[in-house]
Design a protein around this ligand. Structure first.
Ligand code: NAD
Length: 454
């Protein structure tokens, strides 16, 4: 029997021993989900909606418990963790309106009637990374269940606790056995099996670009449907006509939130040369005021990194001769802490500037004009998110149309709303989650022609 010891990122101490599923256990659960699909798809739209609303209500009732569990397991700040649990409830509520609105079309044709149906796919395999265990799971299972699919969910090895609890809460809400299944296990075993098992009809994968490419190759064997949410290296573009105070005050949160372990982290700050020095003065004050402390404190703005191994990886991006402009602080004691770090690389070839660090490290670079800003922002294999700061509305529109990324904000750093689409350009992903169209990713369109001439 394989087990995994969950370690608290805040203290470095063991929290819990957990059984990891092997391939046989995975198959048993996939087959159970496949059997449950035959009845779940037939549950009337109104009843399915009611069950999802009940699931949302129970998640809401357990918000504090789920949030505390995430602080313990993942080192998230308690403020963030409460938002994350709330996001699961919001997503369930939002998609609970879908079963009764999964409209098809009636398309004019000669000699008959033509109707389209949106039909569920079957078992959906959802593979989740460790950085936002609750919301990323919910963005998959909310719309998947609403559309009449059943779900097998694999949380990341290191952060399974909230997913396991959500599985229990689903049963308490009355979601039938076998409809929503959580399988803690290794990516190379449980995750791989989702890809190879023919009863799993779609994979929703969020994680690294490297593993995403591997999964895409595996899905090709069965032409398995696939949504990918992968890495990012997003730009925070600050023009000389921006509200510099506001841009600088928001910039630490835009990259150091969740200790930079955020696919949308604005980890490249591009500042127009004429205001570069002034921005850096304001930014330094904001970085030094950013509160890195025990994530269980209500005042915490940043906690530790997820594991000792990840801390070691992040440290490699800041060698002793790194172009450090300034750094924030970390609390004394155990745990996997790394200070907010601001770099001023000389070249766009600098590793920390080009690669996704997934830690609290940001690189700042100057640009000359609008065209230069767009060129620099797009000089990346990724295209997930980003911000544009300018008081010139025409410029803000032009630049937001020019940047190749799926989620941009103007004079704001917010990336995620459960009712608007989310996803990446280029190697940041494939397909979109959330918003009104996410149901399309969990249904097949069936076209039926009825001949009226006989
Ligand atoms: P990861 O790719 O190492 O793991 C993600 C998940 O895939 C885990 O559950 C893991 O067990 C599983 N996995 C690993 N190998 C597998 C395999 N061969 N087959 C099937 N499953 C496998 O990523 P991570 O380190 O957990 O997460 C960090 C990455 O996730 C970052 O690159 C980040 O940008 C990305 N991410 C993207 C988004 C987005 O929406 N675009 C959101 C969050 C995180």
């Amino acid at each position: 029997m394989t087990t995994y010891t969950i370690i608290s990122p805040t203290t470095g101490k063991p929290v819990q021993e957990l059984h990891l599923a092997d391939i046989f256990e995975t198959d048993v659960i996939i087959e159970k989900a496949n059997r449950a699909f035959q009845s779940w798809r037939l549950v009337s739209p109104g009843d399915r909606a009611t069950l999802l609303r009940r699931f949302a209500a129970i998640v809401e009732e357990h918000n504090e418990e789920l949030a505390q569990l995430e602080v313990l397991n993942s080192g998230h700040t308690i403020g963030n963790a409460r938002w994350e649990a709330g996001n699961v409830a919001n997503v369930l509520n939002y998609y609970s309106a879908a079963p009764e609105r999964l409209f098809g079309r009636q398309i004019p044709v000669p000699n008959g009637i033509d109707i389209t149906f949106k039909e569920p796919l079957g078992v959906i395999g959802i593979i989740v990374p460790w950085n936002f265990p609750m919301p990323i799971a919910g963005w998959g299972f909310g719309p998947a269940l609403a559309a009449g699919n059943t779900v097998v969910l694999k949380p990341a090895e290191v952060t399974p606790l909230t997913a396991i609890r959500l599985g229990e809460l689903a049963l308490e809400a009355g979601i039938p056995e076998g409809v929503f299944n959580v399988i803690p296990g290794k990516g190379s075993i449980v995750g791989e099996r989702f890809v190879t098992h023919p009863a799993v009809r779609k994979i929703v994968f969020t994680g690294s670009t490297e593993v995403g490419k591997h999964i895409m190759q595996g899905c090709a064997n069965q032409v398995k449907r696939l949504t990918l949410e992968l890495g990012g290296k997003s730009a925070n573009v600050i023009f000389d006509d921006a509200d510099l105070e506001k841009a600088a005050a928001g910039a630490p949160g835009a990259v150091f939130d969740n200790a930079g372990q955020d696919c949308c982290a604005r980890s490249r700050i591009l500042v127009q040369r004429s205001v570069f020095d002034r921005f850096m003065e304001l930014f330094e004050v904001a970085v030094k005021a950013f509160r890195v402390e025990d994530p269980a404190l209500d005042t915490a703005e940043m906690g530790p990194l997820i594991t000792a191994a990840h801390l070691a990886r992040v440290k490699e991006y800041v060698p002793s001769d790194a172009p450090i402009a300034f750094q924030g602080s970390v609390p004394a004691g155990d745990g996997f802490w790394f200070p907010p770090t601001v770099l001023m690389p000389k070249s766009t070839e600098d590793r920390a500037y080009r690669e996704e660090v997934f830690g609290p490290v940001v690189s700042v670079m100057a640009f000359e004009d609008e065209a230069d800003a767009i060129r620099l922002a797009n000089d990346s294999e990724f295209g997930l998110s980003g911000s544009i700061w300018s008081r010139d509305i025409g410029r803000a529109v032009r630049v937001s149309r020019g940047i190749e990324a799926g989620n941009l904000s103007v004079n704001s750093n917010s990336s995620v709303r459960y009712w608007t689409p989310f996803g990446g350009y280029k190697q940041s992903g494939l397909g979109r989650e959330l918003g009104p169209d996410a149901l399309d990713a969990f249904t097949e369109t069936k076209n039926v022609f009825f001949d009226t001439q006989i």
